[in-house]
Design a protein around this ligand. Sequence first.
Ligand code: IMP
Length: 443
Amino acid sequence: MANVIVVGAQFGDEGKAKVTDLLAKNADVVVRYQGGANAGHTVVANGETYKFHLIPSGIVYNKTCILGPGMVIDPRAFLEELDGLIKRGLDDSSLKISATAHVTMPYHLTLDAAEEDKRGGNKIGTTKRGIGPTYADKCARSGIRMEDLLDKEVLKSKLEYLVPSKNVLLDRLYNLESMETEQILKEYLEYGKRLKKYVCDTSALIFEAVGQKKNILFEGAQGTLLDLDHGTYPYVTSSSPSAGGACVGAGVGPTIIDRVIGVSKAYVTRVGEGPFPTELIDKEGDRLRETGAEIGVTTGRPRRCGWFDAVLGRYSVRINGLDCLALTKLDVLDDFDEIKVCTEYKDCITGVVYKDLPSIGSRFNQMTPVYKTVKGWKKPTTDCKSVKDLPKEAREYLELIEEQLDVPVAIVSVGPKRDNTVVVEDPIHGPKRVLSKQATANV
Ligand code: IMP
């Protein structure tokens, strides 16, 4: 293999877990670099379905799995997930947690929910897993890190300062019950005792693995359009899912990265609020949701569905420097007479046409999609094993996406199981994107 970043190229839930699962087999180390228990990754392996929130799915293969310093970890959620996996026979001996990853505390969970309620009509639609407040404390330099759970004096002194100030917020701003410092201290020291064996300097571990020429897979959660800096702000998560975030969030230099693979669905879904130009609020949207079983793994919320958006796709290629694309859930489109691909946006007020994502967050809702309509293939694709098995119209659909995004499609997923996969090109050693076209970004 090589050192590879797998990144969501849309709004999250692109099916990254299936792609990382395919690649993890040949990796030595799998590193999750951002996010927390807001993520939900489903893997179908050996006839069993696993749902991961915090732990890299590489644990299924007994790989060294790292929760990197860029993550925010809720110890309760982590231990619950871990216990469930151990019960199912998975081995935790190669699981490592960065000592500097931040800890989601009980007040973060309560504040996430309270802030969302207070936003009213401007809510973000967060997963209420405490993600935003944990990252906010990290940036304010008021966070608790994994290493703090291992040191009673440090944790005590931090909590004695932090809990009273959180209580002021809870009480005065949100009219909610205060929290007890002593109780939190006791509970989190207990977590520390259980977590101690996993906590270490994971950046040093990765550095050593790089030196030994091991293969490292960097696994992102969420997606590029949910990136704090590059997504549809403020309707974003609070971390950096895009490829640049992998280096910061894992503690490695960009020079060790060999490839960046973007994962996109053959259509688009989004959970939570925020702009979504190709959203279908009609029977076709319902059909995509039902056929694709588009329900959030973490929150159980129905996902918003729409046609493939090449404007967002091109943006993702640019932000992540994608080398190739893995296109998932192609089979969901098997039965459609016609399929649409958004190639441009038209501002419905000014009439201006945008081929690339315009940097005007507040006017995003004015963007109406300009579609290219193609004929559906009306044949099942789930048993296709190679490109030549795919119906002609399905191959043309892939070519259209490649042409629109100027990036090769290396993997096509045609069903949930590992073998429901068409490998068009080797995603690691096969052709990668060549910067052939002149940049067209609207400036
Ligand atoms: P938060 O990450 O819980 O703060 O939520 C912020 C936004 O990101 C909301 O729109 C969520 O629905 C969305 N989000 C968070 N995690 C995921 C995910 O794993 N998949 C898709 N959307 C997510």
